[in-house]
Design a protein around this ligand. Sequence first.
Ligand SMILES: [Zn+2]
Length: 172
Amino acid sequence: MVMIPRNPTVGIPGDEVIVPALMKLGFLGEFLGNEGGAPPNRTSYSVGPRYLELFDLLPKPVGRHVVDFERTAHIEFIGSEFTEPPKCPWCRFELEDFGAVLDEWSHDRQNYRWSCPFCEFEDALWWLDWHRFSGFAGFAIYCWGVAEPPDVLLHTLAGCTDTEWTYLFYKL
Ligand SMILES: [Zn+2]
């Protein structure tokens, strides 16, 4: 499961703002390491004492749980072979050839607008319906092997970053 800001163009504060809020919630434990240092970089944390409870994952599943923060220099598309064609949020038109659209978007990630051929919808690609399998982000929180996030977690993130959050299920 990956948590991302709903609007990827909004500036997100540094880890020093987000980490204490998530530790207070019992979601994050200790700092484990940093790969990269400059974007793209990945910072890992152990899970906090309330992590499994927050996700309603009791009894405890096997395996080591880690939370990764990833920051990239540009807005990136988070997708995989499971990415399904997105739909227009207004008329449900299915954008089958989304690969070509992503290609076009990659030339002007901040400003690219997609126009629906069947209705008046015209907006950035992240406002299409990607069925929670894909998304767009410059900052993402990866939680491996868990279910949908509880409201308190999304609200805590919204509170400390001053922007709305959403989530998706990223399958490798
Ligand atoms: Zn449409």
